[in-house]
Design a binder for this molecule. Structure first.
Ligand SMILES: NC(=O)c1ccc[n+]([C@@H]2O[C@H](COP(=O)([O-])OP(=O)(O)OC[C@H]3O[C@@H](n4cnc5c(N)ncnc54)[C@H](O)[C@@H]3O)[C@@H](O)[C@H]2O)c1
Length: 358
């Protein structure tokens, strides 16, 4: 074994074979690394030790987990499903990509054994039925409410400090249910819907403008439903220039309409609900929490007078960081936008009322 100071530490000490021992070694002997590497390791040290659980190893859950692993967001990732073997199988399949893709995250699967999820920092709930062509998200409430409530309770028993991201539909109502049933502080329950809808809005805008989606800023607020979401085109910009400058009234209406039925269009084409963008959107929220990025996303969160609403979870622009959702941003809606927001809230509130009848 070479002990040359210029030989990288992991070659001098081959017992340092995994990420955890490497980071511990680095913590104990900072000087073992050249300065640029020290900076990299120590800036990453917090999220190296993070644990994430994804409940539901179906299309969206597995894609979320895959994105988390590829980006090496956590040290440990648990996939849990009620169907025997599916989570273990998908976890093993993903682990077999580690050597090819070069990540160190340890992924394991579990058939409904929540002990394996213990101590998770973030939990993403994707368990539940997806919609079929012609169905609305709202039609899933009967089955999914029971699933989400049971899952949230199990999660909390094993990971009392977790931040929970709810993906299952009807998402705004499932987020409200998770908040009510767990009694967690509101900042720790985040509904993922507007993040996806905003990405779909950017996609539609990019098609009409011939722009890179990454150059666009655009936000969808309100409920995560075909008729309740509100793409805020007045605020959308192309590298800080309002997109309305480049689009006719007719184009703008088309973009809004296509964004609103973005999910339904894919469900019709694929035969079931989409998963690539939902998985990427869920993982983006996980990343912003674990790395405390303070990124701005539209998420469904508990409103206490913001945007004129109370006792409801609805999509608004929020800062996502290590405490969950940390701040709601008031975009200053005009009269028409506020009227749409209130109408959207009424529809989601009606759906929440259905919970009382189940
Ligand atoms: N919020 C969003 O933006 C968004 C986007 C896409 C899909 N969704 C929703 O996400 C959910 C999952 O969609 P999908 O396409 O992955 O469906 P899917 O059928 O592929 O996967 C769902 C998985 O949940 C599992 N499951 C069911 N009950 C469970 C329980 N009690 N505990 C653990 N696992 C359980 C199933 O066995 C299945 O593997 C659906 O409700 C869908 O409507 C939401």
């Amino acid at each position: 074994m070479s002990n040359d100071l210029f030989t990288p530490v992991y070659l001098r000490f081959p017992f340092i074979s995994n990420l955890r021992s490497l980071v511990i070694y680095a913590a104990l002997t900072k000087n073992a690394f050249p300065l640029p590497l020290q900076r990299k390791i120590f800036s990453n040290i917090n999220y190296c030790f993070m644990k994430v659980t994804v409940v539901g190893a179906g299309a969206v859950g597995a894609t979320t987990a895959d994105n988390i692993a590829r980006a090496a967001l956590a040290e440990e990732l648990v996939l849990l499903d009620i169907k025997e073997g599916i989570a273990e199988g998908k976890a093993q399949d993903m682990m077999q990509t580690a050597a090819l893709l070069g990540f160190d995250t340890r992924i394991s699967g579990s058939t409904n054994d929540y002990k394996k999820t213990a101590g998770s920092d973030v939990v993403v709930i994707t368990s539940g039925l997806p919609r079929k062509p012609g169905m609305t998200r709202e039609e899933l409430i009967g089955v999914n409410a029971g699933i989400v409530k049971g899952v949230a309770e199990n999660i909390l028993q094993n990971s009392p400090d977790a931040i929970i991201i709810v993906v299952s539909n009807p998402m705004d109502t499932m987020t409200y249910l998770a908040l009510q049933s767990t009694g967690l502080p509101k900042n720790r329950i985040i509904g993922m819907g507007g993040t996806l809808d905003s990405a779909r809005f950017k996609y539609q805008l990019s098609q009409h403008l011939g722009a890179s989606p990454g150059d666009l800023n655009a936000v969808v607020v309100g409920g995560h439903g075909d008729t309740t979401m509100i793409p805020l085109i007045r605020f959308a910009t192309w590298n800080s220039v309002p997109v309305t400058k480049f689009l006719s009234e007719e184009q703008q209406k088309q973009i809004i309409a296509d964004t609103m039925v973005g999910g339904a269009t894919l469900t019709k084409l694929i035969g079931t609900s989409a998963w690539y963008a939902p998985g990427a959107a869920s993982a983006a929220l996980v990343k912003s929490i674990l790395r405390d990025e303070k990124k701005l996303f539209t998420c469904s969160v508990s409103l206490n007078g913001e945007y004129g609403q109370n006792d409801i979870c609805l999509g608004v622009p929020v800062i996502i960081g290590k405490s969950g959702w940390e701040k709601i941003l008031d975009f200053g809606l005009n009269e028409d936008e506020q009227a749409l927001f209130s109408k959207s809230a009424d529809a989601v509130r009606n759906m929440n009322d259905v919970l009382k009848t189940l």
